[in-house]
Design a protein. Structure first.
Length: 129
């Protein structure tokens, strides 16, 4: 009985650190991949279509030596299913920073690059979805 216990403790001691390390490696990989994509996109195109941060979508642009961000709310319509609704023009102008106020359609088309068509919603002034 003591041998089985000792063997169990030895195996647990040898494997547990690696099992605990796996989630950290996965998080590190995902973070590095996202940051690399962001940096590359900002450098090549001057904007990053965005990424999700909790209940918000963060779109970024490079203005000279500064990066500016536009934060839009997203909705969890089903467990694990997120949708983005771009506000109509008048609400857009009231809620976004000045640099983005007159560029609703341009920015929306850039953000749409990171979304499935069925999960991205933009209303035109005529009221269609």
């Amino acid at each position: 009985m003591a041998i089985v216990f000792f063997l169990g403790v030895t195996i647990a001691g040898a494997t547990t650190p690696w099992i605990l390390l796996l989630p950290l490696l996965i998080c590190g990989y995902r973070s590095t991949r996202r940051n690399t994509a962001r940096t590359t996109s900002l450098r090549q195109f001057g904007y990053f279509p965005g990424s999700q941060h909790f209940k918000y979508w963060i779109y970024e642009e490079r203005h000279g030596y500064a990066d500016v961000a536009l934060i839009l709310p997203i909705e969890n319509t089903e467990p694990g299913h997120w949708e983005l609704y771009i506000p109509q023009d008048d609400l857009w102008r009231q809620t976004v920073p000045n640099w983005a106020a007159d560029r609703r359609l341009e920015i929306a088309s850039r953000i749409a690059e990171g979304w499935k068509a069925k999960d991205f919603h933009i209303r035109t002034n005529a009221g269609s979805a």
